[in-house]
Design a protein around this ligand. Structure first.
Ligand code: SF4
Length: 486
């Protein structure tokens, strides 16, 4: 669904889709539990001296690496660019999406390239590279299985690691069947076999391979791709030209920093100790080497990132796009990715999208958070996403962007909660105020149903407990009296 559809409409559509909610919740919870188990294993290994550190130690080291890198980003970008050039690569700088797409187009035009193959890359989704190339009559094919499914469905990824998290086998078989011109069975072997055979042809005939990079090592100019399907390796070694589009924050200073990052990324993303493939690309093909591109271009993209540098939001740039915050977020698990309307959904998207693109169109995203803090707890970089959301909400309110009804409601809450007498009266009588909406279960517990107006969101798709008939302060006072009487 397009971001042009109002946020609440997108949310309502997602909440009404039981299949989507079930599929997203199942996979996100699964990934969350796998991550938890593999991190517990890591702690045990660390205790035996068989790992670089336990989760907390590695997280602290990763934070320090990124904090240092971001504080000296200009110097590390310069060093990385020099090394990439020394290795035989070409470096480009793009201040925004338009410039980045233009650079890719010019490289393709110079080479007479018409066919491109792409490995999974969120940054190329961010700049809408596929649409820019297709508008110029070029063919660009996604080679990551999930991204290929999404491309055929003409959708955007619903998760930053598992793009087709919301699709069923039947839907995938239908999408592949339309390409094959015949009905396909829904078993994994048939579906993966079809994608493999189709994409293999695309790899062999592509003029250009497009990749992102999970990390760029400044001291060596090395691009690192962390993948599970081998498509990143084929994209970067079969076509005669490789273009890597990289967010300018993706740097680490030294090769040894990768050891820390690689202990955290696969564990946080998919609950794996290590992914199936890890590629390190240091320059184009050298004389005598059997494969690799003859030309390697690296495009460092700003697109709003430098506006975040040196602000209170700077740590957001240390994100390694593992998706752990999505999997642990109770809001993402209910909505899936498309309701956010942004390429970056979940807690990281809620913070990053308004920071990169401004509040217009994105300020409502800030409401998609219960401030539970599960995202920060699970983030391998310890990014305090919920605190950034509170800060951004504060900025939005300072700009007069909150709903007028919400402003009035919060003023009323402020009035009551800052006067003990009024607070006690409200707490004692709240259950009477919502009596028409209170339902009773067989076990005697009560919940609210069908609240009206702006309160409707609290009960439309979930169960909300009814206010206690006897509020806490009253029960506490009674308990103290009873204790005193003993
Ligand atoms: S914010 Fe943290 S948890 Fe979320 S994607 Fe980035 S690194 Fe992963």
């Amino acid at each position: 669904m397009s971001a042009k559809t109002p946020f609440l409409e997108r949310v309502e559509k997602a909440l009404a889709d039981d299949h989507l909610r079930g599929a997203v919740r199942y996979t996100a919870e699964n990934l969350y539990l796998k991550r938890k188990a593999v991190m517990a294993d890591l702690d045990v290994l660390a205790e035996k001296g068989e790992a670089l550190g336990n989760f907390e130690e590695l997280r602290a080291r990763a934070q320090e690496i990124k904090r240092h890198t971001l504080a000296h980003l200009d110097a590390y970008l310069k060093q990385a660019a020099e090394q990439i050039r020394k290795n035989g690569g070409v470096v480009h700088w793009a201040k925004d999406a338009r410039e980045a797409n233009q650079i890719v187009l010019e490289i393709c035009k110079k080479r007479g390239a018409k066919k491109l193959i792409k490995s999974k890359s969120m940054v190329t989704e961010e700049i809408h590279l596929n649409q820019a190339l297709e508008a110029e009559g070029m063919e660009i094919v996604e080679s990551d299985l999930g991204e290929y499914i999404i491309q055929l469905a003409r959708e955007t990824p619903a998760h930053i690691v598992i793009p087709a998290i919301h699709k069923t086998r039947r839907q995938i078989a239908d999408l592949f069947g339309a390409v094959a011109g015949r009905e396909l069975a829904t078993d994994t072997k048939t579906l993966a076999g079809f994608a493999r055979a189709t994409l293999r042809q695309k790899f062999m005939t592509a003029d250009v391979g497009v990749t992102g990079a999970n990390f760029v090592v400044a001291e060596t100019g090395t691009l690192c791709l962390v993948t599970n399907e081998g498509n990143g390796r084929l994209t970067s070694s079969v076509p005669p030209c490789q273009i890597s589009v990289v967010g300018m924050e993706k740097l680490v200073p030294r090769l040894e920093d990768l050891a820390v990052m690689l202990n955290l990324l696969p564990r946080s993303a998919t609950g794996q100790k290590i992914t199936t493939y890890f590629n390190m690309i240091t320059g184009p093909r050298r004389p005598g080497e059997p494969d690799g591109p003859e030309e390697l271009h690296v495009i460092f993209l700003d697109n709003g990132r430098s506006n975040i540098l040196a602000t209170q939001y700077q740590e957001v740039l240390s994100c390694i796009r593992c998706g752990a915050c999505l999997n642990s977020c109770p809001v993402y698990r209910q909505l899936g990715g498309h309701a956010y309307g942004s390429i970056y959904p979940g807690p990281i998207g809620t913070v990053l999208t308004p920071l990169l693109q401004g509040f217009d169109q994105w300020d409502e995203l800030l409401q998609a958070c219960s401030l539970c803090g599960a995202c920060a707890e699970n983030c391998p970089l310890g990014i305090q996403l919920h605190k950034h959301i509170i800060r951004l909400r504060g900025e939005a309110v300072a700009q007069g962007r909150e709903h007028p009804l919400m402003r009035t409601a919060l003023k009323a809450v402020h009035f009551a909660w800052t006067r003990p007498g009024v607070y006690k009266f409200v707490a004692r009588s709240a259950h009477l105020g919502v009596k028409p909406f209170t339902r009773r279960r067989e076990d005697g517990s009560e919940y609210l149903d069908n609240l009206p107006s702006i309160a409707a969101g609290w009960t439309n798709s979930r169960t909300m407990p009814a206010p206690a008939r006897k509020p806490f302060h009253q029960r506490w006072a009674e308990l103290q009296r009873e204790e005193g009487a003993k």
